[in-house]
Design a protein around this ligand. Structure first.
Ligand code: SF4
Length: 151
């Protein structure tokens, strides 16, 4: 059975920027009985919990104070991917709208709650390797893919 890459905060790990988690029962149910690679790219990049929120502006990740945290985000994404490389992976289920984990839609870098098209740094890396990425809001699509993959 192939593994699923999952944002650790969706599994209940208290690693989100504000402290606390984004525990999601839909994702936990999806992962039951399946190999899971839980990642938090921001913590893997050396960022603390809690931390200032980040957003991507002009291709660079900045925090709410306007400081670049791009290097930590990219190093954390690379370190998280290194834990996945070489594994048989079916898909990823990553936290929606995050500057690391978001897929298809992220905040626009103005810290005003405005969304724009795009991927977080880690989600983009996972997609570059040909792995389908779903958000926690697309758990049913992920389930269908897993059923097909499991044969
Ligand atoms: S980097 Fe991803 S896994 Fe870590 S707290 Fe943010 S959304 Fe969750």
């Amino acid at each position: 059975m192939r593994a699923v890459i999952v944002s650790a905060c969706l599994l209940g790990e208290a690693c989100k920027w504000s402290g606390g988690s984004n525990r999601d029962e839909r994702v936990i149910a999806l992962c039951e009985g399946r190999p899971v690679i839980a990642v938090c790219p921001e913590v893997a990049g050396g960022l603390p919990v809690p931390r200032l929120p980040g957003e991507i502006r002009g291709g660079i990740v900045i925090n709410r104070e306007g400081e670049s945290v791009d290097r930590a985000f990219r190093e954390g994404a690379a370190a998280s991917w290194a834990r996945c490389e070489g594994r048989e992976i079916a898909c990823a289920v990553l936290k929606a709208r995050s500057p690391s984990c978001g897929s298809g839609q992220i905040y626009d870098g103005t810290f005003s709650g405005t969304l724009t098209a795009g991927d977080g740094i880690f989600a983009a890396l996972v997609k570059e390797h040909g792995i389908p990425v779903f958000t926690e809001e697309e758990t049913e699509q992920a389930r269908r893919l897993l059923e097909e993959t499991d044969g």
